[in-house]
Design a protein around this ligand. Structure first.
Ligand SMILES: Nc1ncnc2c1ncn2[C@@H]1O[C@H](COP(=O)(O)OP(=O)(O)OP(=O)(O)O)[C@@H](O)[C@H]1O
Ligand SMILES: O=c1ccn([C@@H]2O[C@H](COP(=O)(O)O)[C@@H](O)[C@H]2O)c(=O)[nH]1
Ligand SMILES: [Mg+2]
Length: 238
């Protein structure tokens, strides 16, 4: 089993401290990476160390929208767990019907299945910076990720949004999602409070959580997000 310990100095938006990561052994990394020595402290570049960001927040809090902007500016690979599961349904896989039923009920797909799908996406990427959006949704998800991937997130973003605003956004989304209806949203909000908030608390207690006020325009919210990534000095995308 691969294990890693990620150690990142716990930065606040105001503190521009240097990032320090322990070297990790990460199986799939070795398949494609060319070893390039680190340049200097505080600068991340392609090597064997993945940079994992979990992006949490209730349904409609704006995770996907903000992830698109982070991808544009910082070259992350965006892995939305919900999108991965919806692709699995669309591909008529053996688990498709079960996943669809689970999503319609606003419940959580079994952890091992979701983690293995995320793992597949990570393994097939030649990037080292990942935004894992909408995951982990429960403590069980979190533990499964640690056990199967053998990694922890470097940072965790939490988009904090009132329920009425989330409800409004989801009902206006218009993307034809089977779970964007009032009954399922109510269920998703309950599941979020009961199962996802404990994960938020877990990372808060470990100093990895960055709480973002998710009320306001997309640009206003991104103004809180941008400095967090900017201070890591990621290498330029090729
Ligand atoms: N700051 C904002 N103000 C108003 N609408 C927004 C804002 N951010 C996102 N939206 C809109 O709200 C809807 C939900 O946003 P988004 O899909 O990014 O949320 P999400 O957190 O990924 O939701 P889910 O967990 O359901 O996938 C989208 O239609 C999006 O365009
Ligand atoms: O890790 C996950 C992520 C998602 N689900 C299920 O999918 C829907 C939609 O997820 P979004 O992040 O809103 O796109 C969610 O309500 C769950 O039913 C999951 O089970 N596990
Ligand atoms: Mg989303």
């Amino acid at each position: 089993m691969w294990r890693r310990v990620a150690s990142v100095s716990h930065l606040t938006f105001a503190q521009k401290s240097i990032v320090n990561k322990d070297v990790c052994k990460f199986k799939f990394w070795e398949a494609f990476s060319t070893e390039i020595p680190r340049k200097e402290k505080g600068t991340f570049q392609r090597d064997k160390t993945p940079f994992i960001t979990f992006v949490l927040g209730g349904p409609g809090s704006g995770k996907g929208t903000q992830c698109m902007k982070i991808v544009e500016n910082f070259g992350f690979t965006h892995l939305s767990a919900g999108d991965i599961l919806r692709r699995e349904i669309a591909s008529n896989s053996a688990d498709g019907t079960m996943i669809l039923d689970t999503i319609k009920e606003g419940k959580i797909v079994p952890s091992e299945l979701t983690v293995k799908l995320i793992q597949k996406e990570m393994e097939s990427s030649d990037n080292y910076k990942f935004l894992i959006d909408g995951f982990p949704r429960s403590e069980d998800n979190r533990i499964a990720f640690e056990q199967i991937i053998g990694a922890e997130p470097d940072i965790v973003l939490f988009f904090d949004c009132p329920e009425d605003e989330m409800m409004k956004r989801v009902l206006n989304r218009n993307q034809g999602r089977v779970d964007d209806n009032i009954d399922t949203i109510k269920k998703r909000l309950k599941v979020f409070s009961a199962l996802n908030l404990p994960v938020v608390k877990y990372y808060l207690e470990r100093g990895k959580l960055y709480k973002i006020n998710a009320v306001g325009t997309v640009d206003e919210i991104y103004k809180q997000v941008y400095p967090l990534f900017a201070q890591f000095n990621f290498e330029q995308q090729v």
